[in-house]
Design a protein around this ligand. Structure first.
Ligand code: AMP
Ligand code: ZN
Length: 140
């Protein structure tokens, strides 16, 4: 764990997040500035800055849970598709330096971005996380 990492603080329960799922290796929670309704992040609990640093087992666990998360997002948000995005280093647009995978629901014809402009209201994220928890069937 690193002292000043916001995602480590979320893992430790020192910062709030709307959690969808967790096991011993990974945590899934709602993105605070969603690019689209249902924008979620999957992170390893163990701190790693990016793809260059993340351990193979943590990476495999993140990828494994992306599949049931995509299914849950499709059910809850009735989206046409889902973008899986993962940015490494500032030059690539990374803004939080704890490895994470974005899953972003998409609908045909809508403009696309990775980063939302506005913070979502807590009640909305709480409700979306609750709906996802109801249908999420973890891998493994
Ligand atoms: P990236 O640019 O790939 O590093 O993405 C970082 C993501 O983390 C952005 O989509 C942010 O909206 C999101 N984010 C930053 N702080 C928080 C937080 N405290 N809780 C949830 N999501 C966050
Ligand atoms: Zn961290």
């Amino acid at each position: 764990m690193t002292e000043d990492c916001i995602f480590c603080a979320i893992v430790a329960g020192r910062a709030p997040a709307h959690r969808v799922f967790e096991d011993e290796r990974v945590l899934i929670f709602m993105d605070l500035f969603p690019a689209h309704a249902g924008h979620t992040l999957i992170i390893p609990k163990q701190h790693a800055t990016d793809l260059f640093e993340v351990g193979a087992e943590d990476l495999a666990a993140v990828v494994a849970q992306s599949k049931p998360l995509a299914a849950a997002l499709e059910r809850v948000f009735d989206c046409d598709g889902i973008a899986v995005i993962q940015l490494n280093r500032a030059a690539a647009g990374q803004t939080v330096f704890h490895y994470h995978m974005h899953l972003i629901p998409r609908n045909a014809g809508e403009p696309f971005g990775v980063h939302g402009k506005r913070q979502a209201p807590a009640e909305r994220l709480a409700e979306q996380a609750a709906r996802l928890r109801e249908v999420f069937e973890p891998a493994g």
